[in-house]
Unconditional design. Structure first.
Length: 255
C-alpha cells in the first residue's frame, strides 16, 4: 500500500532526526523534521498514525488461527469449558482481537492481525497451562488441610471451579490495569488508534466470515471463597509478557 510505504519513510526520517538530535546536530534534526512535516501534510497522515504503525500488523494480515493444543501440550477435550472461553475472551479483548470457539470442544481460535494473534496465543498458552497445573497443586494442599480439620465437605465444595474464576479474574484485572496505564501515558488520538479503531476491521472480518454465535454457557453457581482466593493469587503471580495494547513502542504487559 502507498500509505504504508509513506509511513515507513516517515518513520525512518524520524529515526534520523532523533539520531541527529542525540549527537547535538540540531540543524540536521530540524531538516529531517521539515521533511516529516511535509510528508504528513501532503498525505494527511498524523504522527499518531506513524507512531502506532506496525508493518507486520496491518489490516491485510487479519485472519483467524487456531491454538494448537498438541504443539503446546494442552489437553484436548470433547466438551466446552466456560473457564477456557472466559480466559480467551479476556486475553483477546486486551490485544485488539476476537476469539472463536467450537461448541462441544474446548478449542480456541484468535482473530486479529498477525502480531496480535501471536501475542494472544502466547499469553493464552502460558495462562491456561499455569491455571491447570496450579489448580491441581493447590487443590491437593487445600484438600489435605480440610481433611486434617475434618471439614472437607464444607471447605472443598466447588473449590476447583472457584479457583478458575479467581484465576481469570486476576488475569482480567492485570490486563485492565495495563490498559489504563497506557491510556494515562498516551494521547487520546493514539490510544483510540491502537485500541478501538484497530478492532473495527477485526469485527468486520468476524461478521463477514462467521454469522452464528456459539451458545452461551453458565458456570457453576457454587462458589468457594477458599478456592477463589487461591486462584486469584495464582493468576496474580502468573508470569505473562506480551502486548496488551499494540503500537510501535507500546508493547508491554505484566512483567
Amino acid at each position: 500500500m502507498i500509505q504504508d510505504k509513506t509511513i515507513d519513510k516517515i518513520k525512518k526520517l524520524l529515526e534520523h532526526a532523533e539520531s541527529a538530535e542525540k549527537i547535538g546536530n540540531q540543524a540536521e534534526a530540524a531538516a529531517f523534521m521539515k521533511k516529516v512535516n511535509k510528508l504528513t501534510l501532503e498525505h494527511k497522515i498524523s504522527l499518531a498514525s506513524v507512531n502506532a504503525y506496525d508493518p507486520n500488523n496491518t489490516d491485510e494480515s487479519i485472519t483467524d488461527s487456531e491454538v494448537d493444543y498438541y504443539e503446546h501440550g494442552l489437553p484436548v477435550q470433547s466438551r466446552a469449558a466456560k473457564y477456557v472461553w472466559d480466559l480467551a475472551r479476556a486475553i483477546s479483548k486486551a490485544n485488539n482481537c476476537r476469539h472463536l470457539v467450537q461448541n462441544g470442544s474446548n478449542k480456541i481460535w484468535f482473530v486479529g492481525r498477525a502480531s496480535d494473534r501471536e501475542i494472544c496465543t502466547y499469553m493464552f498458552v502460558i495462562a491456561y497451562r499455569t491455571l491447570l497445573t496450579d489448580c491441581v497443586k493447590e487443590y491437593r494442599k487445600a484438600d489435605a488441610n480440610a481433611r486434617r480439620l475434618g471439614m472437607r465437605s464444607e471447605m472443598m465444595r466447588g473449590w476447583r471451579n472457584s479457583f478458575r474464576i479467581g484465576f481469570i479474574k486476576a488475569i482480567q484485572d492485570r490486563l485492565n490495569e495495563s490498559r489504563e496505564e497506557v491510556k494515562k501515558t498516551t494521547d487520546p488520538e493514539t490510544f483510540a488508534l491502537i485500541t478501538t479503531n484497530q478492532l473495527i476491521a477485526v469485527n468486520d472480518y468476524v461478521n463477514e466470515n462467521y454469522g452464528r454465535s456459539a451458545r452461551s454457557m453458565r458456570g457453576s453457581s457454587s462458589r468457594n471463597e477458599y478456592g477463589e482466593r487461591s486462584g486469584h493469587k495464582s493468576g496474580s503471580n502468573c508470569s505473562l509478557a506480551g502486548g496488551a495494547i499494540n503500537g510501535s513502542s507500546i508493547k508491554q504487559l505484566n512483567q
